[in-house]
Design a protein around this ligand. Structure first.
Ligand code: GAL
Ligand code: CA
Length: 352
């Protein structure tokens, strides 16, 4: 009994000693941080294996390294992958809050569930830069330290339409292959409920019909931004409609490339449909170059990463956010798109 008492006394001393020594370690690091200030940026991605998202995240890390080399701050960018799961994402935000991050950049798993994340950050007074998956306006109004970086989805839909309109005007039989005066098309959509799927689809179709070109929808369905799902869908559609399909509109490049796999496997012969995507992924630029895609729309991951980083850096270093280029309504930055076809694709391949 006495021995146990003695031992536990010893343990107490040891643990007090531990606390003391860890205190002095903290003091040291605090002194040290007076010399080199540290900025901690937490990033949580809805899914790291999404090709476009991984481009943005890689660009953020590159920009941060460049900035760090300029010497003012040590910059830590910690990227977490939520793997499509909101609970993972919520835990990741909890961790960033507990570890006193200066700012959290959030690519929401479920863009309608932003309020829970906002509440956590707000109570710790840590600003949030949302990106790519836009919270609803009501959520963006919840606090004055919320920002959003993305692209104008309407513009990407309109530009996608332009590529087909221009091809039609140049040589209508290149698009309207059976010469019935209508474009028979299929539409591959991104995730349901994602602002980019809904708006891109709507404005792509609207723009074509407003230009006096008749459309006939053969089929449309979601393939959740994913190439493999698009291959499956497209194979089914080829079975149902054969060479009747004249155009494949795709809400993004990954699905467009998936559709091309199905087209190549199906041996449609000379009457292959035209395929148009959005994002400007390197693989899609190659496809435009070799003619298997008629075009894509550049969704500028570099500009978006720049905007995300600039906001995060300025917030973390207590700078003036309002001086940041392109900031609208004090909280939104939307980067412009560009049309890419065989005419100008080399320019974009060089810049990737
Ligand atoms: C879109 C992009 C898609 C996909 C999606 C994820 O803007 O075009 O390819 O990455 O975001 O939220
Ligand atoms: Ca036709």
């Amino acid at each position: 009994m006495r021995l146990i008492k003695k031992l536990s006394g010893l343990l107490t001393v040891v643990s007090i000693f531990n606390v003391l020594s860890s205190c002095s370690a903290n003091v040291k690091s605090a002194n040290y941080s007076n010399d080199i200030k540290e900025i901690k940026i937490g990033v949580t991605l809805y899914k790291q294996d999404d090709a476009f998202i991984s481009e943005i995240s890689k660009n953020i890390e590159d920009i941060a390294k460049e900035k760090e080399n300029q010497g003012k701050y040590k910059i830590i960018v910690n990227v977490a992958d939520a793997k499509g799961n909101l609970i993972n994402q919520s835990n990741q935000v909890d961790k960033f809050v507990a570890q006193n991050y200066d700012v959290i950049c959030v690519n929401m798993v479920d863009r309608t569930a932003a309020s829970m994340i906002i509440d956590k950050a707000k109570s710790a007074n840590i600003p949030i830069v949302f990106f790519n998956r836009e919270p609803v306006e009501e959520d963006m109004e919840r606090w004055n330290k919320l920002y959003y970086v993305g692209a104008d989805a309407q513009q990407s839909g309109e530009m996608q339409a332009n590529i087909i309109i221009n091809a039609y005007k140049k040589d209508n039989r290149m698009v309207d292959k059976n010469g019935d005066g209508k474009i028979q098309y299929v539409m591959l959509e991104g995730e349901q409920g994602h602002q980019d799927s809904l708006i891109r689809t709507e404005y792509c179709i609207k723009t074509i019909t407003q230009n006096g070109i008749e459309l006939e929808k053969l089929a449309d369905d979601t393939a959740n931004w994913q190439s493999a799902q698009a291959t499956t869908k497209m194979s089914q559609w080829i079975k149902s409609f054969g060479d009747k399909i004249e155009v494949v509109f795709s809400n993004n490049d990954e699905m467009a490339l998936g559709a091309i796999n199905a087209i190549n496997d199906a041996n449609i012969g000379g009457k292959k449909p035209l395929v148009v995507g959005i994002d400007g992924l390197p693989k899609a630029l190659e496809a435009v170059k070799n003619g298997s895609m008629i075009g894509t729309i550049l969704n500028d991951s570099k500009k978006q990463a720049n905007a995300i980083f600039n906001l995060a850096y300025t917030l973390a270093s207590h700078g003036n956010v309002n001086s940041i280029d392109g900031l609208e309504k004090g909280k939104y930055i939307r980067t412009p798109h560009a049309e890419v076809t065989s005419d100008n694709v080399d320019l974009y391949i060089e810049n990737k």
